[in-house]
Each structure stands twice: as structure tokens, then as C-alpha cells.
Ligand binder design. Sequence first.
Ligand code: UDP
Length: 231
Amino acid sequence: MRLLYEGKAKILYDVGDNKCLVYFKDTATAFDATKKAIVEGKGVLNNTISSILFKLLEEKGIKTHFIKRVSDREMLVWKAKRLDLEVVVRNIAAGSLCKRLGLKEGEKLREPLVEFFYKKDELHDPLICQEHIFMLGIADKKTLSQIRKTAKKVNHILKNFFRAHCLLLVDFKLEFGILPDGSLAVVDEISPDTCRLWDIKTGEKLDKDRFRFDLGDLIEGYKRVLEKIQS
Ligand code: UDP
């Protein structure tokens, strides 16, 4: 097993045969990693939730890097060349959208909004437009249009799935990669670290905003997400 990359929340190992092992850590970071903590049990919950969501997407015909969950903290995935792009899809105004455009948190958007951020730590992941994406050579026209279409499809699938389990999908971030066969796939993770999820009935925030803004126990929120999607 060869260490490929250690990020803020995960470690990636090359295990050969075009496959990688993703190890989910207990580290929580926010605000450009200026806020950090070890949250015991977060890795196990994110691996479990991510595995359920990737499996759901695969069943609905979305190509992802997911192969299977192999242990509490580990997921086996196809090796992919990750694009330096964070694709955010929003249904309801929250977070940086409110700050940037002066919208009120909780305002329903007319239609789902897709935004692109340049994944570059030293630049603090700036918001970019499609011309920047072409200029930087991150993706060509055809790939970007496929990314946009897939992101909207994923939103449709996840929004309906969460709604059926009494959760409101406010927004989320996706990452994309190119698999060894040249096809585009959703990679990274899909978890309460990367999605804003509110309890439909009470409006309670059950995602990483609990950590960002000290709104309550993080593990309790993530456990409630898992319980709901398993019910
Ligand atoms: N997000 C993420 N990683 C990032 C930035 C954002 O997973 O590096 C997710 C975040 O959890 C939220 C959505 O993308 O579900 C939109 O985040 P936003 O742009 O509002 O940024 P924030 O204010 O959360 O930093």
C-alpha cells in the first residue's frame, strides 16, 4: 500500500490494479483550516454515510469512484485523476452565497444554482467562472457541460432521497475525476462535512455548520443524519 496523499479529513493509498483506499480521519477543519479539532468518531460516520450515498448514485446511473466500503473507516475506490475544481450545488441560500450576494439564509432559490470554485489551498479556493476553467485548462467545454449536467442530476437524486428521510438538502459540494478508462466520475466524499442538511420539521442544522459555528455536538448531528437515511 503506497501513501498517495494526506488531506485534511482523509488519507489516500494506492493499492494497485487502478484502485485506491480512502481512510477517513477524525479531523474537523473549517474556515480555511484556521479552526481545527479532533472529533472522535467522525471518520466512521462520514465513511458510512458517503458509502450509502455513493451506492445510491451508482444505482441511479451516476458514475462515481466508489467500489465498496471495506471497513469502518475505509472505502475502496477506483483511482482517478482529480480535477482542481469544487462544484457546489445550492437549493437554499446559506454560507458563502449569503455573504457574497446578501441573500437571507433559508431563502429558497428560484432553481438549483451550480457554482465552481478553484481547488487551490494557497489561493483559498476562489469562486471562478467557466471561462476561468477553460483558461486554466481544468476542463474543456464538453467535460464542463457533462460536469454541470451530472451535478444537477446528483442534486435531484440526493434532494429527493434526503426529503424522503425528513432531511432538507440545502447545498453540497462535489468533486470530479477522470477514471483510467477516460470517463468522468464523482469522486471524494459526500457526507455532512460536504453537504448542508437541515431537519425538515425543526430546521435544526445537522451538518458541519455545527462545528463551524458551535451550534451543538457534531457527532450527534451526523448520527441523526445516518439514522434518518437508514430509516
Ligand atoms: N463545501 C465543502 N468544502 C469546501 C467548501 C464548501 O464541502 O471547501 C461545502 C459546504 O459544506 C456547503 C457547500 O459546499 O455544503 C457550500 O459551501 P459555501 O460555499 O457556502 O462555503 P462555506 O461558507 O461553507 O465555507
